[in-house]
Ligand binder design. Structure first.
Ligand code: HEM
Length: 229
């Protein structure tokens, strides 16, 4: 059944919280480390103190590590779906990724195949963010806890690895935010109360809507009526 005759339930609230805690931690980790890289952000040390920022970095790091573990309990289906979707990457996702970039320059590309719960680009984003998360956590843990246990020559390599992952993560996050807010603002609704417009779901995630219809969760008639609004 549609919510308010117009919206489809897409994400459980547990998953929405999981997403936002991850996003806030990522930005805070980036911000609290920035003065180490550029004097432009040196003022953060002057305002908060270097030790406070270093401690804040560690606190957010712990939350960044624990969040997916807690998410596996509180938002199990949403978190597991991320992995299932990446593993289902196939031909339709490749075609999507070839054709979608034209939308970014204002064109309406033809022949994009219906997409599943996540589209080909989102699946790549999930794979990239998961890989970067793992590398950030491993390199961060070696730098933080490895002193005296792990050879210094290995620990030295963790500094560029940690920095490169943070850089790629931020570049991907900026692209992701632009796509979510600038290109597909309807998707952002899903990260507010967990629902998206039926018309948006039909247009961008046709295979997922087919699944919902097959499972009897919505009817074609409801989707048709919602699309008229
Ligand atoms: C202001 C910041 C952000 C906004 C507005 C935003 C928005 C969104 C939205 C709307 C979705 C749901 C897409 C859908 O239902 O199809 C989503 C999913 C997701 N977000 Fe974010 N997000 C933000 C920050 C971040 C950050 C910092 C990360 C990672 C470090 C991240 C990682 C993800 C991932 C992996 C997904 C699932 C796949 C995808 O949609 O790409 N997000 N985000």
């Amino acid at each position: 059944m549609l919510v308010n005759k117009n919206y489809i339930k897409r994400h459980k609230m547990g998953f929405v919280y999981f997403h936002w805690i991850n996003a806030i931690c990522f930005f805070m980790l980036f911000l609290t480390a920035l003065p180490l890289y550029t004097d432009t952000f040196r003022f953060l040390y002057d305002v908060f103190g270097a030790e406070t920022l270093q401690n804040a970095h560690r606190v957010f790091a712990v939350i960044f590590v624990l969040n997916p573990i807690v998410g596996l309990v509180t938002a199990n289906d949403g978190v597991c779906r991320l992995f299932r979707e990446v593993l289902s990457f196939g031909h339709d996702d490749i075609v999507f990724n070839q054709k979608f970039p034209a939308e970014l320059i204002g064109k309406e590309p033809k022949g994009i195949p219906p997409q599943s719960f996540y589209n080909g680009g989102e699946k790549m984003n999930i794979a990239l963010q998961t890989g970067l998360w793992a590398l950030l956590v491993i390199s961060g843990a070696v730098l933080w806890l490895g002193a005296g246990h792990i050879d210094n020559s290995i620990r030295a390599w963790m500094i560029p690895l940690h920095s490169i992952c943070a850089g790629f993560g931020m570049a991907a996050a900026i692209g992701h935010i632009y796509l979510a807010i600038g290109v597909n603002p309807d998707s952002f609704h899903g990260m507010r109360d967990g629902t998206v417009k039926a018309s948006y779901a039909q247009k961008h995630h046709g295979k997922w809507v087919d699944e919902l219809v097959a499972e009897g969760k919505v009817t074609r008639e409801e989707i048709k009526q919602a699309a008229k609004k």
